[in-house]
Write a protein that binds this ligand. Structure first.
Ligand SMILES: Nc1ncnc2c1ncn2[C@@H]1O[C@H](COP(=O)(O)OP(=O)(O)OP(=O)(O)O)[C@@H](O)[C@H]1O
Ligand SMILES: [Mg+2]
Length: 500
């Protein structure tokens, strides 16, 4: 009986509550990542994940060599709401809500068994939604030991001295009607690519602290930033800002253009969702990825979308677990939102990165500035007016000016020709091709053998030295900043002082 006359005790009904918690919206991969988070927080160096196909009796298990739990700790781990999200957490803890083990598991299965070894003793407890549904009056019945008949699935725990095994059985949310072994294999692939991404920093180098094996195969990291790639376009200096809840760190990246990557690298670089979807901000918490791209509702005026043109922009953002509330981390560890106070700072950094990425995308890997900071002599100018943009050939470009200077009585004809070219730029065609192929058409001699570039270079170079009387050194200096030859500094430098 409740002693307070104005209040009632209204505990939830166990079965109904657990059924309701199944609908939090985890994907299988995200749910499993939540289980592995616990292993990592427990200091595990090896996590073995096993998907075992046996039709409706299929199961999934996660075995770790972390610190393990004694009987009381295991009971607390199985209990819902045993630790408040308000409690201070160890700096390296990946948990927050005291719920993940349960909510992630029930989102996929109806029977959750956890066995753990610590101090030479093994404990095993089990939630069974079917049993709770069968006797609704029984309350929060936590069973001891494995479900009869499932003992063999827990056998691996007897092989270790310290660690934990989490077993999912009755995978009603995975093995639905018509689901076959092949679907299960596809699921394993999805889990692999998700894990390669969310844990990439923890499994990065070959001697990494952590190894995750999926059905015996080691998961290799997927690095969204192509760290150390020779063709890497741009890394920003690391920016930091201090808030009440800790330090936030940002590093912006512009990835190499497709032309600078091998087909295999390009394919891998796209990540689980592909280049366009994987652009944007990557939020990490204790080096574990929470959010894989997107622009978090940032933008001036209208929120930025993930667009083709910005697909080379990826930004690393690190938050500490002390900032969980401020960043509105969710139980699934799949969303986080920048606090209002940080939006302007982030918008500026992201805007700069997006602009750089757009240029690399548009110019196929060669943003206009050249080394040394000068600007490049462009062949095309864009004239913007209230009625729209016009593309004009720049008469100052060395080749164009050479032709105009030497045209003599043909000058009106040459000018007429340039005008015709300007007025018939196949803009719609280019635009359609770009949209269809998700790639700007080839320009700037991309894909052409160097002899072809050299042939054109030589003609212009001879004109600069012969007709214009430039010194070879000055002619080369100029060519090095003339479109499109700024992309071929080696070929420019290789021109003979005495042109043929
Ligand atoms: N593999 C494991 N090894 C050791 N302890 C574990 C393991 N899994 C869970 N625990 C213990 O059980 C507790 C509850 O886990 P659970 O995932 O439900 O919540 P959490 O990790 O604290 O927070 P969150 O809901 O954010 O994941 C953990 O705090 C941890 O103490
Ligand atoms: Mg957890």
């Amino acid at each position: 009986m409740n002693r307070n006359a104005n209040a009632r005790n209204a505990p939830p009904r166990a079965g109904a509550m657990l059924e309701a918690l199944r609908g939090l919206g985890y994907t299988t991969a995200a749910a499993l990542a939540d289980i592995v988070d616990n292993s990592i927080s427990a200091g595990a160096t090896e996590v073995l994940i096993n998907f075992s196909w046996n039709d409706t009796s299929s199961s999934v298990s996660v075995l770790d060599n972390g610190c393990g739990m004694d009987d009381a700790e295991l009971e607390s781990a199985m209990r819902l709401g045993d630790i408040s999200p308000l409690e201070k957490r160890d700096r390296t803890d990946l948990g927050r809500f005291g719920m993940g083990l349960k909510t992630a598991s029930f989102s996929q299965c109806r029977r959750l068994t956890v066995a753990s070894v610590k101090n030479g003793a093994t404990s095993c407890l089990r939630w069974d939604l079917d049993a709770l549904a069968a006797s609704p009056e029984a309350g929060w019945l936590l069973f001891e030991g494995p479900s009869p008949g499932s003992e063999t699935l827990l056998a691996p725990i007897s092989q270790i001295k310290l660690g934990t095994l989490v077993l999912w059985e009755i995978l009603d949310r995975i093995v639905t009607k018509g689901y076959v072994a092949n679907d299960f294999n596809d699921l394993i692939d999805r889990v692999e690519s998700h894990f390669a991404m969310v844990f990439h920093r923890l499994i990065q180098d070959p001697n990494a602290r952590l190894k995750i094996l999926l059905n015996g195969k080691r998961i290799m990291p997927w690095d969204p930033f192509l760290t150390g790639h020779a063709a890497k376009t741009w890394d920003s200096p690391i920016a930091r800002t201090t808030t009440e809840s800790g330090i936030v760190e940002v590093e912006c990246h512009v990835l190499p253009h497709r032309d600078k990557l091998s087909p295999a690298e390009f394919d891998a670089g796209g990540g689980p969702e592909g280049w366009t979807a994987q652009q944007g901000i990557y939020i990490y918490r204790n080096e574990r990825l929470l959010v894989a791209g997107g622009w978090l509702g940032l933008g001036q005026g209208r929120a930025w979308n993930r667009e083709e043109a910005y697909r080379l922009a990826r930004i690393r953002l690190d938050i500490p677990n002390t900032a969980d509330a401020e960043w509105k981390i969710d139980i699934r560890k799949s969303t986080a939102k920048p606090p209002v106070s940080m939006r302007l700072w982030l918008t500026r950094l992201a805007e700069d990165t997006r602009e750089r990425a757009r240029k690399v995308f548009a110019y196929r890997g060669s943003p206009t500035p050249v080394s040394g900071g000068g600007t490049v002599e462009q062949a095309w100018r864009i004239e913007r007016s209230r009625t729209g943009a016009r593309y004009k050939i720049d008469e100052k470009h060395p080749v164009v000016s050479a032709v105009l200077d030497g045209a003599g009585e043909l000058l009106p004809m040459v000018k007429a020709m340039l005008r015709v070219v300007e007025e018939t730029v196949p803009v719609q065609r280019i635009w359609l091709d770009t949209a269809e192929n998700k790639e700007t058409p080839q320009t700037g001699f991309v894909g052409e053998p160097s002899e072809k570039v050299v042939a054109v270079l030589k003609t212009i170079y001879a004109d600069m030295i012969g007709r214009r009387g430039m010194s070879p050194a000055n002619a080369k200096k100029m060519l090095a900043v003339t479109e499109p030859f700024q992309n071929y500094p080696g070929l420019v430098a290789g021109l003979q002082d005495e042109p043929a």
